[in-house]
Design a protein around this ligand. Structure first.
Ligand code: F6P
Length: 355
């Protein structure tokens, strides 16, 4: 068996742990030959590949980022450097010419959508779900998410002490795109007083009421806010940055918008912190290393068993899989009655809605 591995889309902690687990499992268990494809699908377009052996993936389990590199915009069906032309047939021909029997594609919904289209041209693929956003359908968890939640929780812990010292309202903006998973989990773990997520649009009057009440009692308020959060009836806040991906729109800056909205109504100072890519970098947590290792190993086993064109998933604490077609271009948002929301409400946490 000769297998190619690529990482596509934005990076996240745990990618190297998957590359390592897949490579070692394939070599140790199946004597396979493993080929690393550089910079996601761009490596297939520009023909940049290199052999991976046990040595080349050793000592990478704790390493953030991806040793293979990644690319946000390299889509063979719409190649940016060829005026959006479809060069997928050339890519498929290249995959065949280098003798790949199958590929492991590690990525999020955009990457899986491309992977799915490539499978329709006869290439065998197993997908592995990555993203700090945890917004991929049919998997309870994506690796990278736990690390991001830990990073945001630590930031909230730090903001809490300074908020308390100065009697301020501190807003922390998290990533997460159109889903509120990071803000919800980190908000609960970091003891936020207000958690604002896209799935539950907030009312400004209610956030003001909570901050005023806390100013009179505890003096400070900690707000965890997802980048995709909106005011009821309002729109999402997009950053002026145009990303180098198939979806050029980037969220960002909503914490500053809320700060401007709140300040005129509050005696306390309101400050906003946007954590940004700090959430995506660095060492994966033990949980993410383990999940990534299980995903990578499962991908190798699926290849050996001929279970192609499926995405490895975590389903009720068991490693499972679903057809790639079922996850492509779909987003898993927080259910509006999620048990963690109910627990947060019971703790007195506000989601910016009247109780
Ligand atoms: O999907 C992961 C993610 O980090 C989102 O949370 C965020 O909105 C986006 O990627 C940022 O992307 P970029 O690094 O391209 O600006």
């Amino acid at each position: 068996m000769r297998v190619g591995i690529l990482t596509g889309g934005g990076d996240c902690p745990g990618l190297n742990a998957v590359i390592r687990a897949t490579t070692k499992s394939l070599i140790h268990q199946y004597c396979a030959e493993v080929i690393g494809i550089e910079d996601g699908f761009l490596g297939l377009i520009e023909r940049r590949i290199r052999p991976l052996d046990v040595q080349s993936v050793s000592e990478t389990i704790a390493l953030g980022g991806t040793i293979l590199g990644t690319h946000n915009r390299a889509n063979p069906f719409q190649y940016f450097a060829a005026n959006g032309a479809d060069i997928s047939d050339e890519v498929v021909a290249y995959v065949r010419s280098i003798g790949l029997d199958a590929m492991v594609v590690i990525g999020g919904d955009g990457t899986m959508s491309i992977a799915h289209r490539i499978t329709q041209k006869g290439i065998f693929i197993v997908g592995c779900p990555k993203t700090i956003d945890n917004d991929l359908m049919h998997t309870d968890r994506t690796f990278g998410f736990d690390t991001a939640v830990s990073t945001v929780t630590e930031a909230l812990d730090r903001l809490q002490t300074t908020a308390k010292s100065h009697g301020r309202v501190m807003i922390l903006e998290t990533m997460g795109r159109y889903a509120g998973w990071i803000a919800l989990e980190a908000g609960v773990a970091g003891g936020a007083d207000v958690i604002l997520i896209p799935e539950r649009p907030y009312q400004l009057e209610e956030v003001i009421r909570v901050c005023q009440k806390r100013a009179a009692q505890q003096k400070f308020t900690l707000i965890a806010m997802a980048e995709g959060a909106t005011m009821r009836g309002g729109a999402m806040t997009f950053s002026p940055i145009q990303a180098d991906s198939h979806d050029p729109l980037r969220l960002g800056g909503v914490a500053h918008v809320l700060r401007e909205q709140l300040q005129p109504h509050l005696a306390s100072e309101v400050r906003a912190t946007v954590l940004g890519h700090v959430q995506r970098g660095g060492t994966p947590t033990a949980f993410d290393r383990i999940l990534a290792t299980q995903f990578g190993h499962a991908a190798a086993e699926m290849l050996a068993e001929g279970q192609f064109n499926r995405l490895v998933t975590l389903n009720s604490n068991r490693i499972d899989s679903v057809p790639l077609a079922e996850v492509a271009e779909r987003v898993k948002t927080v259910p509006t009655d999620h048990p963690l929301l109910k627990a947060a409400w019971a703790m007195g946490v506000s989601t910016g809605e009247p109780v």
